[in-house]
Structures are given as structure tokens and as C-alpha cells.
Design a protein around this ligand. Sequence first.
Ligand code: ADP
Ligand code: MG
Length: 397
Amino acid sequence: MAAAMTDDVPSPSFTTIQPGNWLGLLGGGQLGRMFAMAAASLGYRVCVLDPDPASPAAAVCEHHLQAPYDDEQALAELGQRCSAVTVEFENVPASALRRLAERVFVRPAADAVAVAQDRVFEKRFMVAQGIDVGPHRLVDRIDDLLRAHDGLFPAILKTARLGYDGKGQAAVATREEAVDAWSKLGRVACVLERRLALLHEVSCIVCRGADGAMTTYPVIENQHRNGILAVSIAPARVSPQVAAHAAQLARRIAAALDYVGVLCVEMFLVDEERLLVNEIAPRPHNSGHFTIDACAASQFEQQVRTLAGMPLASPAQMVPAVMLNLLGDLWFRRGERREPPWRRALEVSGAKLHLYGKLEPRLGRKMGHVTCLGASVADALERAVAVAAELGIEPPQ
Ligand code: ADP
Ligand code: MG
């Protein structure tokens, strides 16, 4: 694009969008809400496109286009009003992003989102880049399952598209179970992955500007329950070598995708030093919520800055942190609906509560999170254990 420009016209990738202008957001869940709050702090106005009248982001945005993500008219209006548009979750149709990109900056670009929204593309991309991933086989026909290596079992069968929080996945002990599960998943394109024994799960959040500048947050240690993130600990309790390797992998992936924005790389640590890339998310990530309270700038501020062509902020972590996710389950005790005991939880020193304004608590639904700050990881963990006890959720490990 820059090559076609004359000298007196700056390359659009270096254009700065000044505060006061409109930024657009496709998707209005909690990630969009935290983006909108960061954008407002920097003086931007935010317009969100989301079909849900009770969208958590819409409640804090100046304008809400309430329409489906592929609604032509709403997309046109978003493109007209805004100087740049970003996505809140990876399942926004890449075609909608391509159309928007004809008139405004879209960051991250549709091509990068397309890799992250399809596990088959994602695996092919990692393999092509020479990045280690776990043993797997791409599945598009029954033969792929019948011919899969015996060593892949026990396995997890994951649909290529539209999975999140463990949805669209089946644990399968044998080939027969895999064939059966594939039918139940609708015989769509899938990835069959060997179920690995994990020492730790970690993630690394990398921010990359339109000028190619990059920065990473400290590596995060993640604990999942039922396929949903439950706890994030930052910095991760891994060796400096593993932390450096994780950051290097995240940078390599962001650069290879020519990515602009905030990207999260989820990784498995399978022994003391071996990291395998699990998946990537083309946006701020649940494991990075601690950055709001613990870092010089949050992952959402970085998302705003990269979108607006502003310089990256320092990701320096000022204080160790442990984040607990708050699921809708917390609102139900012994079958009774209750309001969780916030007062008691907030009496724990260093506990910071974030609620997403969702009206309807449901089992497994992400309603908010608590970040516990401490003088050390051990101290933050102790406080998180205290908060978990007050709220009646499983303690972090
Ligand atoms: P998503 O986050 O999109 O639901 P993931 O592929 O990240 O899907 O899977 C969710 C969680 O399931 C992972 O964070 C991990 O705890 C577990 N998991 C996924 N794949 C494997 C695997 N191959 N071996 C062991 N555990 C896995
Ligand atoms: Mg995941």
C-alpha cells in the first residue's frame, strides 16, 4: 500500500487517529466493554455493532448499532462514522472485515483473523512457520479418522470453527469414539489432537503496532476448569528460559501474521522446557485481564493505541497478580438464585472487582473477574484463596 503513495501523502499505516474521533467495535461482550472503557479514557468515542440489546459493551459506548454482524447497512454506517474498526471476538465473519477495510482501517486485518478463527488454518500456519504444536491430524473425511495414527489416542476432537471455552470439543478415548463424536459434531472440519499431559498452561500477550514495533506482557500461567479459564497467575511460575521462549514465540507469530493489535498465544508446557502452541486469539484475552490493575497500561489500552496508530505503551507489571474468573454459577447456591457476597470478598486487601454488567447469570457464563494484587505471587495467591473462600468458588492451585 505504501509503495503506491507519493512522498507528500503519509502511508496510511502510520496515520494517527486523534482523540475525539470515533473508533468502531465489532462485537459487544465484556472484551468490547473493557476496550470501550480504555478508549473513553483516552478521549475516543466508541460505536459498537452487536445484535444484543443488552450488550455489555453497548452500556458503556456512545453509540450502539443493534444489528447482526453481517448487516450491510449497519456495517456501512460503522464504516462511515468511524476512523478505524477492531473486533472483539474472532467469530466475526472475515468477509465483513474485508468489506469494512475498503473504507477504514481494520485492525487486526481480516487475513490474520481468518487464521485464528479456524483451527485447521491455525495448525497449518504454525506448521508452515516451523512452530511446535502437539501431535494432531486434520479431519475432513471419515478416512482421516480411520487412518489416524494409533498414538493420537486418547485424543480431543475439536471443530475447526466456532469453538470457545471448550465448546465444539469432544474427549475421545478411542478411534471408535472419535468416529461417533465426529458424527455428533455434524461431520464438519475438525482437528484431532492427542490429549497431552500438561505441566502448565501459559499464555503470552503481544502488542504490535502498524510500524512493526512489538512489546509483550509477562508470561501468564493459566488454570482451566471444564475447558473454561478459571485462574490466571502473572508472572507465571516458570523458568526464565521458558518465559523468554514463550515471548519469543508470541513475537514470531505476530510478525509472521503482519499483525496489528493485541494478540494472545496460548501454549502448553509439556515438560520442564518444551512449549507447544495451542491456539491464538486475535484480540485481548481473558488471561490478560490482570493487566488492568497490575500493569503500567492494560491490554485494552494497547488495543486502543494500536488501532489509533498511537505508540505502544509500557507493558511493565508493577505488582504480582492472580485473577479469578467469576462465572454465572456463583449466582446459584443449592439451586437458589443469590447475589454473591461482594462486600466480604472486597474486604480482602488487594482484591479488585470487575463485573461486566450482564443481566442474566447462567452456568458457565463469564460475568466478571477479581484480580488480587500482592507483594509477591505467593501473597497474591493467598489473597485469591481468601476471595475464593468468601465467594464459594474453587481456590487457585
Ligand atoms: P478453546 O479455548 O477455544 O475452548 P482450547 O483448544 O484452548 O479451546 O481448549 C480449551 C482447554 O482444553 C485448554 O486450555 C486445555 O486446558 C484443554 N486442552 C485443549 N487441547 C488439549 C490437548 N490437546 N491436550 C490436553 N488438554 C487440552
Ligand atoms: Mg483456548
